[in-house]
Design a protein around this ligand. Sequence first.
Ligand code: ARG
Ligand code: GLU
Length: 720
Amino acid sequence: MRRFVCWFSILSLLIITTSSTSMADEGLWLPFLLEQHNQTRMQEMGMQISADDIYALNQSSMKDAIVLFGRGCTGSIVSDQGLLFTNHHCGFGSIRNHSTVENNYLDEGFWATNLKEELPNPGLTITLLKQMEEVTDSILKGVEPGMTEAQRDAMIKNNSERISKNAQKNSPYNAIVRAFYNGNQFYLIYTETFRDIRLVGTPPYSIGKFGGSTDNWMWPRHTGDFAVFRIYANAENQPADYSEENIPYKPAYHLPISLKGVSEGDFTLVYGYPGRTSVYLPSQAVELIAEATNPHKVRLRQQRLDVFDKYMQADPQIRIQYASKDAGVANGWKKMIGESNGVRRLDAINKKASQETAFVEWVHAGDENRKALYAGLLPSFEESYASLAPYALATDYMNEAGRAIELIGFASQFRFLYEASQEKDVSEAYIQSLIKRYEQRTESFFKDYHEPIDRGVAQKLLQLYLDYIPPDLRPAFVNEINLKYRGNIEAFVDALFTKSMFTNKNQILEFLSSYKPRHARRLLRDPAYSAANDISILYETRIKETRQRLTTSIDSLQRIYMAGLIEMHEGSYLYPDANFTLRASYGLVEGYSPADAVEYDYYTTLGGIMEKEDPNNYDYIVDNKLRQLFLNSDYGDYADDDGKMRVAFVASNHTTGGSSGSPVMNADGHLAGINFDRGWEATMSDLMYDPIQGRNIAVDVRYVLFVMDKLAGASHLIKE
Ligand code: ARG
Ligand code: GLU
């Protein structure tokens, strides 16, 4: 039936063919191998274009319109003037930076009416992929079977540097070497990075983040999660630092936009920069994540969120201060809950275990060479993950319990100043430049800091630290709660917050204003700094070495296991895990059933926004103008055939963090939506994909244009 089946989906495939209409295809595919491995299947599923339209080297293709946006999102170019679509949550930092009380773009939205009004964003970049070529043989030159991991790494690092330097010499582009398949394959990647990226427009929070954290990771969804930027270049159409002289970038290709909408069963292609997946991990690793580290982190984050919530509910000022932190903590919290539930629902650990049994059988059916390479692998995994578990947890607690106390996290930033101060001939000018940076950090820290929240958080987190981590893997200050305070956490927290200067903005600014390197000692006497220091000491003395030894050995086992899997499945092609390189994933528009007796439709409408409206809940406020447009059914060309305004849809494309902002293309290769999330039932796809419930969520591009045109009046952009 299909020529290229991922081994890991064989079990799921049985389910697909025996139940439901789902035809989801797992996989994050390399765009230049689509023709070889996927084109037939994609066309079978309805695609009307060819692999060459998606990725070509000698002519322009869709790839020339796909960008890595910032450090962790995707964007797509939609005009010949470098206009770019991405998600509101991807542009959030830029939007917030431009927002003031007078010009509250976050709450009100923002639309530049001409090029001059577009807002520059220092530090924001977009990167285009120019070309990719395999260089595995040259990278592995000199790597011998008997080498230690360190020797191997050094050799590879050397080769990589030499190859990318050489490549760079003969090319106008950046060239870097990236590892695939856990270090079994290497590609040389040529990229071009633009540095003058301007904000063109954003809907208000009430549209761009409609549903907030409550709806996050959920379907049915009604978020207009998009923002519009523009790439600027110099007169030669080359990347340049921000300058008034720069002009809009002329891309080699831009995506045509479709107003046709999508229907159940339609082919979809998501093209972008997925960040990280780990679908080839052994069962022990999945168990560690799903049953140990996730539940601990979820419990810790739950405590923080509860405290945030209590204060945010009571005071609108605090709600603004903590909105961003709350969204960040909640995003990971909810993802991990979904992931662990999904792993259980899929029985992923047992499925992995039976795949391992099959692997062992394959090894034993082979020759001596195969046995020598792979026979010891699975017991070694078992041993390594068992040894790693306590250290993995201890590290999670350092971050999610120790440094998650904002006071301690803030104090820990001063370590750099302390260390600079210890250097023999550190210059006065250098120290002064550091002081400037620390003054800015202090201002921004206190802008969004509420001490009672942090005290409440500290209390809860330290209790969990004492409950779940053994004394020898706790930082010294946590042990002091028992040793000096007879287990009275409240008394300890009170002393910590009362005695530390890091709770007091003026005290720190004063400390900084008269700072001399010899004052560094004062940091050590501060209880918050010293707590932060205890965490570093714990890591250096108790965790680092063991953890590094174990992860190095696990990395090497994983690399060999991966090589074995590839060998075992010779003839079928296994896709490489995501690694922030350009990938294509394809699927169909389709609803799903998240639970017994529950069926989800594949799209949502503006009517649903009205149903969710709650003027007393910031996340469910409806813009007045939007309500009017709804009441008048004033949707212009953007309505669906039934006259309704569609907002979002789900499809079965394999996506992950980083896929945010990716274009969702229809069978003709036209833009139909912008990807921004996964359903809650899909979040375990980073570990194991579920074709039955795995869905990505996209905002319908017609809603995007409707908001730009009808709500914002940005008709000049629509024309463009
Ligand atoms: N869950 C989506 C993604 O990681 C969207 C996150 C932003 N939205 C939010 N309400 N926090 O990452
Ligand atoms: N919202 C995610 C991001 O920012 C994408 C959703 C996902 O993880 O699938 O990349």
